[in-house]
Design a protein around this ligand. Structure first.
Ligand code: SAH
Length: 341
């Protein structure tokens, strides 16, 4: 029995309620309440008591709970460590940008992609998150903080393309007019380069922004820091990205964490330029976040690298780092909790 009611689409919920003898509009009522962030069926004031009790006997409405909350004194970034029903925990970060309040959500508990610089993958993957657990991160972050959320990035813990069915259902839920109704153009999905996922997403022609974690334009370096490159080589990745752009017309954003002496050489900037020729792309340079367990260090050549790209016509920005004082990056808070346990 699936008790995860926030994973249900409006159609599924309506069908389930019909089986309980309820009219179609009941589905809309319950769906609306759930996405507004109530934590119990008793709060659904326009639903009869017998039905509320019946629902509470089958499903759970409470959702994930705050295990820790940290607020950055520098920039108001809020980081939540949530506890799931099975005791696992995940992170969500709320960032205030000029272009809107953005929530960065997790798609899995842990990750099996093994990137050398990333804290989220250190303990491997525990399990996938359900569509409802992804939606709840947005719903309860908004409810708890009181900050209206306008943008979502799937850039927290986990590899979205390794849980794509659930991610697609999450997008449908969060995009729904009776839910938070966040438009696809306000959503970014980041992948380390799982090519079948990129191809599948391209076919759907969604208007979301695809971010690709590139981190090196040459196969040798990329395989060294990202094991996924041994399965899906960077040449094939560029070709899949080209296909994605041709199909969707959407510019791809390439993430590039700058690591000292690994991926910050001039020739690597030149190679990026060459590979992106004829495809509108945007390179997002991220100063590497120091992860205690990793010998990799932040690059000191970020500006030079950026200028070298820009001079050759590739737009490149350096990501402003928020929440540095609260470990608001890359699975670091969850990692700390795990080490304590
Ligand atoms: N699995 C997806 C999404 C999650 S990671 C992906 O790989 O794209 C979100 C981004 O943070 C990715 O670009 C990832 O490579 C990057 N990242 C991970 N650890 C980092 C670190 N220590 N410093 C800077 N960026 C990091």
């Amino acid at each position: 029995m699936n008790t995860d009611i926030r994973s249900m689409t409006l159609e599924e919920l309506t069908a389930a309620l019909r089986e309980l003898g309820e009219p179609a509009f009941r589905g809309r009522q319950v769906f609306t309440w759930l996405h507004r962030g109530v934590r119990s069926f008793d709060e659904m004031s326009d639903i009869s008591k017998p039905l509320r009790e019946k629902l509470a006997g089958v499903y759970r409405a409470d959702g994930l709970t705050v295990s820790r909350k940290q607020v950055s004194e520098n920039d108001g970034t809020i980081k939540y460590l949530w506890e799931l029903h099975d005791g696992n925990c995940i992170e969500t970060v709320l960032m205030r940008y000029r272009h809107g309040n953005t929530v960065c959500i997790s798609s899995q508990v842990g990750c099996r992609m093994g990137c050398a610089f990333c804290a989220s993958t250190l303990g491997g993957k525990v399990r996938d998150l359900s569509p409802g657990e992804m939606a709840e991160q947005v719903i309860f972050t908004q409810a708890d903080s009181g900050v209206p959320i306008s943008n979502i990035v799937l850039m927290g813990i986990g590899e979205p393309m390794d849980n794509l069915d659930n991610v697609l259902k999450f997008l449908e839920l969060i995009n729904h007019p009776l839910g938070l109704h966040i438009g696809m153009r306000h959503i970014s999905l980041s992948t380390c380069g799982v090519i079948p996922g990129i191809r599948r997403l391209a076919e759907l022609e969604l208007q979301l922004t695809l971010s690709v974690s590139l981190h090196a334009p040459d196969s040798e370096t990329r395989s060294r820091i990202m094991p996924v490159n041994r399965a899906y080589d960077v040449e094939e990745l560029f070709s899949a990205c080209r296909g994605y752009f041709e199909k969707t017309g959407r510019r791809i954003s390439f993430e590039y964490a700058m690591i000292d002496g690994v991926n910050d050489a001039g020739w690597q900037a030149d190679l990026i330029v060459k590979k992106l020729r004829g495809m509108p792309g945007h390179v997002n340079l991220i100063p590497l976040n120091d992860v205690a367990e990793s010998p990799l260090k932040p690059s000191r050549r970020v500006r030079q690298f950026q200028q070298r790209l820009e001079r050759q016509g590739v737009t490149a920005t350096v990501r402003r780092s928020l929440g540095g004082d609260i470990d608001a990056s890359c699975g670091q808070l969850r990692r700390k909790e795990m080490m304590k346990a």
